[in-house]
Design a protein around this ligand. Structure first.
Ligand code: FE
Ligand code: CA
Length: 518
C-alpha cells in the first residue's frame, strides 16, 4: 500500500467513527434564511421507495465558494408536496434540518399519502427553490392493477457515455425506475473515456461524496430522477469493483475494507432516496433489500448480492475478485452464499408466501449461466450466480417447492441484454423451466466484445437473447396477461443526438415460464 493511500484510509476511518451518531436529529433551534449566491440544489432532487401511502424524498445542498459561510451551520429545508403540477393544491409541508455531518443531505419519508396518486414536490432553503419533481405512490395492496411499467437499468459509468438512456426514461410513462447497481464507478479506464472522472479513486467518505456530486450533476440523470420515483439496489462499483462482503481484489485487511465500505455506504445513503433500514444509527450496515407490492398484480423484491456474499470461488491468489474458473471444487460447496443466511431466509419465506400474480425478483447480476467450454469441463464467471451455483439452486428450488408460477428475475451488472430460461439444472432440456430472466444492458458502461459474447450465446441453450454490443435499458410492462421486456438500446451512447431503438422484445405469458420472442 502506498503511504498516501494509507493516510487516506486513516482519514476515512477517523471520519467514519466521528460520524457514528450522525442520524440523530440535528440540534437546530433556529435557522437562518440564507440569501444564496448560487442555487444550492445543483445536484437535483429525487423520490424513491414508492409505497401505497408513502414515498421518500431526497435532495442535498451544495455550497458555492460565495455560500461557504453557512456550510458549518445547521440549515432548515422546507419540503412541500402538491397534488397538482401547477403547485396550487399543497397537501403536505415539512421542515427538515440538515448539517455537514450528513453532507447537508435531506431525506423526508412522506407518509399518509393516497395510493396510485401523482404528487409533485419541491424543496426550499432561504430564497432558493429546487426544481419540481414528480412522483407517484404504489397502488393499495388489494387494488386491481391493469399495468405496471418499470425502467430496468444499471451500470452508468460516467466516463463511458452520455446518459441518453436516462433522457428517454425521463419521458416514458412509468411507475418507477428500477436501478440495480453500479450507480457510480470508483474506477477509471482512460482508454474508453469520453469525459473524465474528477478526483482519484474514492476511498474516503469525502472522495465518495465528490464522486456522487459529479454523477448527480448530470442533467439527463437529474431528469430521470425528477420524473419518476426510483427503487434502488447497489452492486459492486458503489464501493469497489468485485468486492464481496469484507473482501476486495487486493486482499486488503477486512477491517480496513469494512471502513472503506462504510464510507461508501454512507455516501450512497446521502445521495439516494432510500431509508437506512432497521439499524438507523449505522449506515455501515445499511439494509437495502426490500419487498414492495403492486396491488394484486405483482410483488417485487430487491436482493443485495454484495454485502453478505461469500468471497468468489477459486480466486487468483494475487488478484482476487471475478475471473473465469475451471475445475473449481469450491463451486459445489453448499455453505457458500450469495445473499447471506438472513437475507436468504427472508427471500425464501417471502417468495413462498407470495399470493400476487407476478413475482418479480430483482437482483444485481445474472442468474442464468454464461459458462463456456474449456479443455477440461467448463469455465464459469465466478462473480455472477454461476459462481454460486448451490445458492442459485436453493433460490430456484424455492420456486419449485412453493409451486410458484410467474416468477421473473430482473438483473443488471453484466452489460448485456439477456432473456433466459431458468432451470434447476442450467442448459439441461430435461430439467423443467421454472422461472424467466430479463437482464438489462448498461446505461453507458462498455460491454463484452462480439466474439466472447457470441461464444457465450452459442454455449448456453438457456440464453434466448444475449447481446452486449448496445447500451440502454429494459422497459418492463406487466399485465395480467404477460410480463414483457422491450430492450431499448443504442450503439452510440456518446452522442446526445443518438436515439434508442427496440433491440428485441420478449414476453413471459402468465402461467407459462420462459420468455418468448415477440
Ligand atoms: Fe457495471
Ligand atoms: Ca457490477
Amino acid at each position: 500500500m502506498k503511504r498516501r493511500d494509507f493516510h487516506q484510509l486513516l482519514q476515512g476511518s477517523a471520519m467514519a467513527l466521528a460520524l457514528s451518531p450522525w442520524m440523530k436529529d440535528v440540534a437546530a433551534t433556529e435557522s437562518k434564511l440564507h440569501a444564496w449566491r448560487a442555487n444550492p440544489f445543483a445536484l437535483g432532487i429525487a423520490s424513491g421507495r414508492p409505497r401505497a401511502d408513502s414515498i421518500v424524498l431526497w435532495t442535498r445542498l451544495l455550497f458555492s465558494q460565495e455560500d461557504r459561510a453557512v456550510e458549518t451551520e445547521a440549515l432548515r429545508v422546507d419540503v412541500e408536496v402538491f397534488a397538482d403540477a401547477n403547485l396550487k393544491r399543497r397537501v403536505q409541508k415539512a421542515e427538515v434540518f440538515t448539517d455537514a455531518y450528513r453532507a447537508h443531505s435531506v431525506h423526508l419519508h412522506v407518509q399518509h399519502l393516497k395510493p396510485s396518486t401523482d404528487y409533485w414536490y419541491r424543496f426550499r432553503q432561504g430564497d432558493a427553490y429546487s426544481p419540481v419533481g414528480h412522483t407517484r405512490t404504489a397502488p393499495a395492496l388489494n387494488a386491481d392493477v391493469r399495468e405496471l411499467r418499470i425502467a430496468l437499468s444499471s451500470c452508468q459509468h460516467y466516463e463511458q457515455g452520455q446518459y441518453i438512456a436516462h433522457a428517454e426514461i425521463a419521458k416514458q410513462k412509468l411507475d418507477f425506475v428500477l436501478f440495480m447497481g453500479d450507480y457510480i464507478y470508483e474506477s477509471s479506464n482512460p482508454q474508453y473515456a469520453i469525459r473524465k472522472h474528477s478526483g482519484e479513486e474514492p476511498k474516503t467518505l469525502a472522495q465518495y461524496r465528490e464522486r456522487y456530486e459529479q454523477y448527480k450533476r448530470d442533467p439527463m440523470l437529474q431528469a430521470a430522477h425528477a420524473a419518476h420515483p426510483w427503487v434502488l439496489m447497489w452492486d459492486d462499483h458503489e464501493v469497489v469493483n468485485d468486492y464481496a462482503n469484507d473482501q476486495d481484489r487486493q486482499y486488503t485487511d477486512p477491517q480496513q475494507m469494512l471502513l472503506r465500505r462504510a464510507a461508501a455506504y454512507q455516501a450512497y445513503f446521502e445521495h439516494q432516496p432510500v431509508l437506512l433500514g432497521p439499524d438507523k444509527d449505522n449506515p455501515a450496515n445499511m439494509r437495502l433489500y426490500e419487498q414492495l407490492s403492486w396491488g394484486k398484480l405483482a410483488d417485487v423484491w430487491t436482493l443485495d448480492c454484495r454485502q453478505y456474499r461469500s468471497a468468489q470461488a477459486c480466486r487468483d491468489p494475487v488478484r482476487g475478485g471475478g475471473r473465469m474458473v475451471v475445475q473449481c471444487d469450491e463451486l459445489s460447496d453448499s455453505t457458500r452464499t450469495m445473499l447471506g443466511n438472513e437475507q436468504e431466509r427472508w427471500i425464501t419465506d417471502s417468495l413462498s408466501q407470495s399470493k400476487r400474480q407476478w413475482k418479480l425478483v430483482a437482483q444485481a447480476t445474472q442468474i442464468s449461466s454464461t459458462s463456456i467450454p474449456a479443455p477440461v469441463g467448463r469455465s464459469y464467471w465466478n462473480d455472477a450466480w454461476d459462481g454460486y451455483p448451490e445458492a442459485r439452486k436453493r433460490l430456484l428450488q424455492t420456486v419449485v417447492d412453493a409451486k410458484l408460477s410467474n416468477v421473473v428475475t430482473l438483473g443488471g451488472d453484466v452489460h448485456c441484454n439477456v432473456a433466459a430460461n431458468l432451470r434447476l439444472e442450467p442448459n439441461n432440456p430435461q430439467s423443467p423451466i421454472v422461472a424467466s430472466e430479463f437482464v438489462t444492458t448498461s446505461i453507458t458502461s462498455r460491454g463484452l466484445g462480439d466474439k466472447p459474447a457470441a461464444l457465450i450465446r452459442e454455449s448456453n441453450s438457456d440464453l434466448l437473447h444475449y447481446r452486449s454490443d448496445e447500451r440502454g435499458y429494459g422497459l418492463i410492462t406487466v399485465t395480467s396477461k404477460e410480463a414483457r421486456c422491450d430492450f431499448r438500446a443504442t450503439k452510440f451512447p456518446a452522442g446526445s443526438e443518438a436515439g434508442l431503438k427496440t433491440q428485441a422484445s420478449y414476453v413471459v405469458k402468465s402461467g407459462k415460464p420462459g420468455p418468448q420472442a415477440v
